[in-house]
Design a protein around this ligand. Sequence first.
Ligand SMILES: Cc1cc2nc3c(=O)[nH]c(=O)nc-3n(C[C@H](O)[C@H](O)[C@H](O)COP(=O)(O)O)c2cc1C
Length: 134
Amino acid sequence: MLTRLIYASEPSQPLAPESVQTIVDHASMANERSQLTGMLVFDSSAFLQVLEGRREAVSETFCRIARDSRHRRVLLMDVVPVDERLFSRWSMGFAAADAQGRELFLRFGGHGRFEPHAMTAASALGLLRALAAH
Ligand SMILES: Cc1cc2nc3c(=O)[nH]c(=O)nc-3n(C[C@H](O)[C@H](O)[C@H](O)COP(=O)(O)O)c2cc1C
């Protein structure tokens, strides 16, 4: 059974771009092994991630991610069964939520800032899809 999960979190302490790259590189490799796909968005204050794949693999990976001390305020926003993958191009796509994303944050987030904890799951998915299409 295919499942899609979306969560938001915030870094426990300021993360250098290299540290984020390390997270993405490791995630890509691990996700490929587990046939997971998805996308991670990061700015200096928050993460937003979507994971899709077999339900067991999504659940196991999310539980591992949720225990990771590099982030906190992990907010599970959505877990739904799906018929097909939306992010099948990436084992873990990455987008930095920089100024270029401003127009997208306005469209999906409301205030022109990246605040995933304040978004609905539908808005978060819309933003993730728009960033993936960029
Ligand atoms: C924001 C964030 C996103 C992550 N995304 C993934 C991911 O998509 N897949 C994955 O296997 N690990 C991901 N990790 C890493 C896991 O939290 C964990 O460190 C890694 O799976 C190794 O777990 P272990 O030390 O328990 O073996 C992520 C970590 C952070 C902080």
